[in-house]
Design a protein around this ligand. Structure first.
Ligand code: SF4
Ligand code: SF4
Length: 268
């Protein structure tokens, strides 16, 4: 599973493993923690079998790859090292035959970000991928996913996440063989980014800040609170986003006392 900090990929791995367990299978969820922070690419792994799983290593040649992030879904790395005829389920707002990912793989897509925004009000895409996962792969049943979600998210939050699951179950595309069989030599990396303006974290964004200069009173609150030093100061005493440094967290918009910053969705 490929996602970004804050999208719930690690929780999704646990939910799938729990759902498989509910169906009488043996399962493992293996999160890979590093120094990731919100927005940074990360991976998690699930292993499921009918017999006891003694292997404890990370999964190096998966049968299925899930990508929770629409920009990571454009990167070949999420489709590499799969078993022949492996399945790649992408969070992407386009049909699978539009994907440029290459290999002896089959691709399916679901617009999990839009589903998450509609059902949860936030771009936390994990549960909006899980219904699609159940439908497209058949590895676990929809009911088992829902049962597992109730364990992780009780009450109203559980209901909202189940709504996301059901919507993605309906909306996921069929599988399509990748049109490109050979991956291009130059690969874009997963861009682990870095702090401040030293590295490029622009590909982490689902939203980006737009300043309404008419409303802005030049108080610098956004500049003080930005965790990435991603706002620079213009000669007219207004802030401007430094493209490569902004990860789209929305802290600036939340802190602005006059609501002069609007977070706009990045178009894929
Ligand atoms: S969204 Fe705002 S606070 Fe977050 S990194 Fe970008 S400029 Fe900084
Ligand atoms: S916090 Fe809002 S009002 Fe203050 S400088 Fe930033 S955009 Fe302008």
């Amino acid at each position: 599973m490929h996602g970004r900090g804050g999208q719930g990929a690690v929780t999704a791995s646990r939910i799938i493993a729990t759902a498989a367990y509910e169906e009488g299978k043996y399962s493992q969820a293996i999160p890979m923690y590093g120094t990731e922070r919100r927005g940074a690419p990360l991976t998690a792994y699930v292993r499921i079998d009918d017999v006891r799983v003694r292997e404890r290593e990370l999964v190096h040649t998966p049968g299925i790859s899930l990508c929770f992030d629409p920009l990571l879904s454009l990167q070949q790395a999420v489709a590499n090292d799969l078993l022949p005829n492996g399945q790649v389920l992408l969070n992407a707002p386009f049909a699978p035959d539009k994907s440029e990912l290459a290999g002896n793989i089959n691709i399916a897509t679901v617009d999990a970000t839009s589903i998450a925004l509609e059902t949860l009000g936030r771009p936390i895409t994990n549960t909006a991928m899980l219904g699609a996962f159940a439908k497209a792969t058949g590895v676990v049943k929809l009911e088992s996913i829902e049962k597992a979600i109730k364990k992780y998210f009780p009450g109203r939050l559980g209901d909202m996440n189940i709504a996301a699951v059901r919507k993605s179950y309906e909306k996921v595309s069929p599988w399509v063989p990748a049109k490109n069989k050979v991956a291009p030599k130059m690969q874009v990396d997963l861009n682990v980014g870095g702090y401040g303006t030293l590295k490029d974290v622009s590909s982490w964004r689902v939203f980006y800040p737009v300043v309404n200069e008419e409303k802005c009173i030049g108080c610098k609150t956004c500049w003080i609170f930005c965790p990435e030093a991603a706002l620079e100061w213009k000669a007219n005493n207004k802030p401007a986003m430094v493209d490569r440094a902004c990860k789209g967290c929305g802290v600036c918009a939340n802190e602005c006392p006059v609501k002069a910053i609007e977070m706009k969705r990045v178009e894929i």
